[in-house]
Design a protein around this ligand. Structure first.
Ligand SMILES: [Zn+2]
Length: 293
């Protein structure tokens, strides 16, 4: 399979960000996605396409990516992944007789951890991963290529989550994991039977770090209850669950968490004694919804 063959037939889902027409493989040497009007988007050699019309946003450094990989590969987010997979398995089994593969779009996929892992476990899904950060998508596509047939078929694209280059009603699952939501846009791209699968930080998320930093934190509790309430206003809630695990951590792993936790970005970390932190809880609240009728 050629690197770009995976984009064959992508026009049922991917549309031109300029005119909204379906995209298909084409252009010189078949290395682009083109619409019938003639707008053309080059496929990058790593196996992704940039469908974002603005200036590229590059927020991840190589170091932060590598640090996150350490945490992900240790499986500290695997309990959240498994919860998503068990929901997918449950709903996919009931639709096994359908000929068309169901479509999943990971909106705000970052470096693609969840999409890649899902690709390892499911054959019955067409997987798309998108993020505004071109660096992240590049890393996602690059990492995936080295990892066998399943993950190599993921169609990665750079785009603005608030204006997805995705056809109306063409998606069966939208994943929205630890990123901001654009509910209106998710409603538009989801089909009538589609699901939004969202994870927000749970109240107990990295509680050990918050405890150590409490003198400097203005809000001592995460105010994420609001997140669940907003979700329920937008979507018909079909599942809601706290998924939590506590891990013992090495000082190196602890320090990575300290650097990657947004809540601690404004904290003067040199004034805190982190040595008391030997465990870290990774907790998410899983919210799954269907479109309201
Ligand atoms: Zn076009």
């Amino acid at each position: 399979m050629g690197k770009f063959d995976k984009y064959e037939g992508c026009g049922k889902v991917l549309v031109c960000p300029v005119c909204g027409d379906a995209l298909q493989l084409g252009g010189p040497q078949v290395r682009s996605l083109v619409c019938s009007v003639g707008h053309s988007f080059d496929l990058a050699k790593q196996g992704y396409v940039n469908l974002y019309r603005g200036k590229p946003i590059n927020e991840y450094t190589k170091e932060s990516f590598q640090e996150r990989q350490v945490i992900l590969q240790r499986g500290m987010y695997a309990h959240l992944l498994e919860e998503i997979c068990s929901f997918l398995r449950k709903t996919l089994e009931s639709g096994m007789d359908s000929v068309e593969k169901k479509v999943l779009v990971d909106a705000g996929c970052g470096e693609g951890y969840y999409t890649r892992e899902i690709a390892q476990q499911f054959d019955h899904l067409q997987l798309y991963g998108t993020d505004l950060s071109r660096d992240s998508i590049q890393l996602a596509a690059g990492t995936a290529n080295g990892m066998g047939a399943g993950p190599a078929e993921i169609k990665w694209f750079v785009s603005d989550i608030s204006k997805l280059p995705v056809a109306d009603g063409s998606v069966d699952y939208v994943l929205d994991i630890f990123t901001s939501a654009n509910y209106q846009e998710f409603q538009r791209v989801l089909g009538e039977e589609g699901y939004l699968i969202k994870i927000i930080p749970g109240e107990g998320h990295v509680k050990e770090l918050r405890e150590a930093a409490k003198d400097q934190l203005y809000h001592k509790e995460y105010k994420e209850r609001k997140g669940a309430a907003v979700f329920a206003e937008q979507f018909e809630l079909v599942e809601q669950k706290i998924v939590s695990r506590t891990f013992s951590v090495s000082p190196e792993e602890r320090d990575i968490f300290i650097r990657m936790t947004p809540l601690l970005f404004a904290v003067d970390k040199s004034k805190i004694d982190w040595s008391t932190v030997t465990e870290i809880t990774v907790e998410g609240e899983l919210l799954i919804g269907k479109k309201k009728r």
